[in-house]
Write a protein that binds this ligand. Structure first.
Ligand SMILES: [Zn+2]
Length: 486
């Protein structure tokens, strides 16, 4: 029997992402949140598939698709063709889906992913445009008989299908790719990334082969994976199933499978269909989609810095470590806030980043608030950082000043002055407090003198408490040692 380690999974992902346009792909119906809107309230004769209606392409959807294509480094084809993909399903009233097949909008790109093995690029085969289908809701009547209702609110929503080459070779790489792609779509402002609402859905193609082999095995497609977790479980199970089959002399069939959340297993839906089963042909009601160079250039102008590039830049420019940079870049407003603050203070980037990811985030947790609800500008945080850096306030005081600043929007300087929070670094003043504390605790002092040296920490705490936490901790530590040893 062959060892399991000699097999390598080969995974390709197809990602379906809804585009955040105001209206649908081929009609003027509004895009509504299909998890909340009343069923069938955003439907017209076009998206309901009535005979005699004519589709009209949504210009904004095309602009978003170009944006994604460019962000993924794809070639934008000057002419792409909408085609009919024919199949029957109750949520598809037309009996076909308008999609792109032979001539997609964008091709041959890549996306950089970061895993513990480092950075590498995953090749993107294509990015094409299509429309979403409606939704079936499965119910039971009082007698227990099953029936289904159709909601067409989602029918005709603009969708992008983003297809990788079979370039992913582990669950970790697959997750990194999916997470990075989601981050890119969010940063581009074309998709909310709200997985619970089904705005991003996955299909995975999986085969396994002897490690080092260049030949691809028979691939199995798993449909309808609507969350990162489900995708991971399904693909992990499928790798295991195929490996076991090969190890025991079985044969992997090319087929389409679905994942059962309850059993954690995949099962056959149908033997794999081929493209000709859909009888694709050019949509006769739509002219070829022509995208001029001017338009592409115009969209290119609006491209923001992509997450992986930003993370690498944060590391290089500010000396952050990778997890810090990833944490900041997870939300662009947070990373923007960090960079603006950094430009206004001499506090090292790494320290400032910690103040944001530790203290600012702690405030959000404690108060149950969002980052944007903190009433502090980068300038105000920079002011507080300078007060820490120059020793005007100590760390512990600064932490409470930050919380008050975030609550009130009052400047750090004003809080420090009005509440007398300045750090006490006066030698004589600190010595006086130390002597008073020792004088009041002769028992502890005696025990210290006979060898219970850990009481030094306790004295330190007492002195800090006496100064309202404002004493310069380094000075207290040093002077306390001197006084205790006298
Ligand atoms: Zn409509």
């Amino acid at each position: 029997m062959t060892n399991v380690n000699t097999y390598e999974p080969v995974i390709g992902l197809e990602v379906h992402a809804e585009l955040l346009t105001r209206s649908k792909m081929f009609c003027a119906c509004p895009v509504v949140d299909s998890t909340r809107a009343q069923p069938n309230t955003a439907v017209c004769p076009i998206c309901a598939g009535m005979p005699g209606t004519l589709p009209v392409v949504n210009r904004q959807a095309v602009a978003y698709a170009i944006k994604v294509g460019l962000a993924l480094g794809c070639r934008i084809n000057p002419t792409s063709i909408f085609e009919r993909k024919n199949y029957f399903y109750p949520d598809l009233p037309k009996g076909y889906q308008i999609s792109q097949y032979q001539h997609p909008l964008a091709e041959s790109g890549s996306l950089q992913i970061l895993t513990c093995a480092g950075a590498r690029r995953v090749r993107i085969n294509r990015v094409h445009m299509e429309e979403d289908a409606g939704k079936l809701v499965h119910l039971q009547d009082d007698g227990g008989a099953a029936y289904s209702l159709v909601d067409l609110n989602r029918a005709g929503l603009p969708l992008l299908e983003i297809v990788t080459e079979p370039d992913l070779h582990s669950l970790e790489e697959m997750k990194a790719y999916a997470a990075e792609l989601r981050a890119v779509l969010r940063v581009l402002g074309v998709n909310s990334g709200d997985m619970e609402k089904g705005v991003i859905r996955f299909e995975a193609n999986i085969s396994i082969r002897p490690a080092g082999s260049a030949v691809l095995g028979k691939r199995v497609e798993i449909k309808n994976l609507n969350s990162f977790r489900t995708m991971e479980r399904a693909v992990a199970h499928e790798i295991e199933r195929q490996t076991h089959l090969l190890q025991t002399g079985g044969i992997v069939e090319q087929e389409t499978r679905s994942f059962d959340e309850a059993t954690g297993e995949t099962r056959v839906m149908r033997s794999k269909e081929d493209a000709h089963d859909y009888r694709y042909f050019p949509e006769p009601d739509l002219p070829p989609l022509v995208v001029g160079e001017d338009w592409v250039a115009e969209v290119r102008e609006t491209l923001p810095e992509l997450p992986s590039a930003r993370i690498m830049r944060l590391v290089e420019q500010y000396g952050l470590d990778l997890p810090q940079a990833q944490q900041l870049a997870e939300s662009y407003p947070v990373a923007d806030f960090f960079e603006q603050t950094c430009s206004m203070t001499a506090m090292p980037g790494r320290t400032l980043a910690n103040w944001i990811t530790d203290s600012y985030f702690a405030w959000m947790n404690e108060r149950g608030r969002l980052f944007a609800e903190g009433r502090t500008t980068p300038q105000m945080l920079a002011g507080l950082m300078d007060a820490v850096r120059t020793g005007r306030v100590n760390r512990a005081t600064a932490q409470s000043v930050l919380f008050r600043m975030l609550d009130s929007g009052v400047d750090a300087e004003e809080l420090i002055r009005s509440q007398g929070l300045e750090q006490v670094s006066d030698h004589d003043e600190i010595v006086a407090v130390i002597r008073a504390v020792i004088g009041e605790h002769t028992t502890e002092y005696e025990r210290y003198r006979v060898g219970k040296v850990e009481l030094a920490h306790w004295f330190f705490g007492q002195v800090m408490k006496r100064t309202g936490g404002k004493a310069n901790p380094a000075m207290v530590r040093e002077l306390l040692q001197q006084e205790l040893e006298k």
